[in-house]
Design a protein around this ligand. Structure first.
Ligand code: GAR
Length: 205
């Protein structure tokens, strides 16, 4: 299986996935990291880890969402990350992808979200959780479908909210769990252990 990772910024989830693949010998080959933002810090990290990178700038792009996504698909395919044998990880990729892209790569794109979905989808999930006053939040790894943060859930990790938490302190504790959850999910998929039936996923033995 071939892996493509889409980022927009810091790239800490990308980094933990790339390092775990090497260390844990996860059976998936990282082929390409694509960023919509030329200044994404994650680009340098990927290069240091020996993975090819490509910038497809979204700022100033005047075409449709699908036209932009077709540029991404072209680069994925050039690098062997296809709907047949590829996995695409959205790792802090701060763009909504088109329904055409999610349909073409059905059950081949996964995302990490910093909340316990279906609570607090979209932007600033950690702040949404704090503002709501929940006692537990966490993160969710899920398949990407045509909605925003709506696809079948692969796994979740729980993070208790502490008295006095700020967006920053809660985000930091959630991020530590994100790194664990995202690696687990990539490993399960690479090993062919995730079965999908409608909205539900389960672990094949
Ligand atoms: C992570 O917290 C990720 O869950 C979040 O952006 C951050 C990216 O950090 N993604 C979303 O909010 C998507 N809706 P990273 O670049 O260090 O991995």
């Amino acid at each position: 299986m071939n892996l493509g990772i889409l980022i927009s910024g810091r790239g800490s989830n990308m980094e933990s996935i790339l390092k775990a693949i090497k260390k844990q010998k996860i059976p998936i080959a990282p082929k390409i990291v694509i960023s919509n933002n030329p200044d994404a810090k994650g680009l340098k990290i990927a290069q240091k880890l020996g993975v090819a990178t490509k910038v497809i700038q979204s700022k100033g792009f005047t075409g449709t969402r699908w036209e932009y996504d077709q540029k991404i698909i072209q680069v994925l395919e050039e690098n062997g990350v296809t709907p047949k044998n590829g996995l695409v990880c959205l790792a802090g990729f701060m763009r909504i992808i088109s329904s055409e892209f999610s349909a073409k790569y059905k059950n081949r794109i996964i995302n990490i979200h910093p909340a316990l979905l279906p609570a607090f989808p979209g932007l600033h999930a950690q702040k949404q959780a704090l503002d709501h006053g929940v006692k537990y939040s966490g993160c969710t790894v899920h398949y990407v479908d045509s909605g925003v943060d709506t696809g079948p859930i692969i796994l979740q990790e729980i993070v208790p909210v502490k008295d006095g938490d700020t967006e920053e302190t809660l985000s930091k504790r959630i991020l530590a769990k994100e790194h664990i959850a995202y690696v687990k999910a990539v490993k399960l998929i690479a090993q062919g252990k995730v079965k999908i039936a409608g909205r539900t996923t389960s672990r094949a033995r």
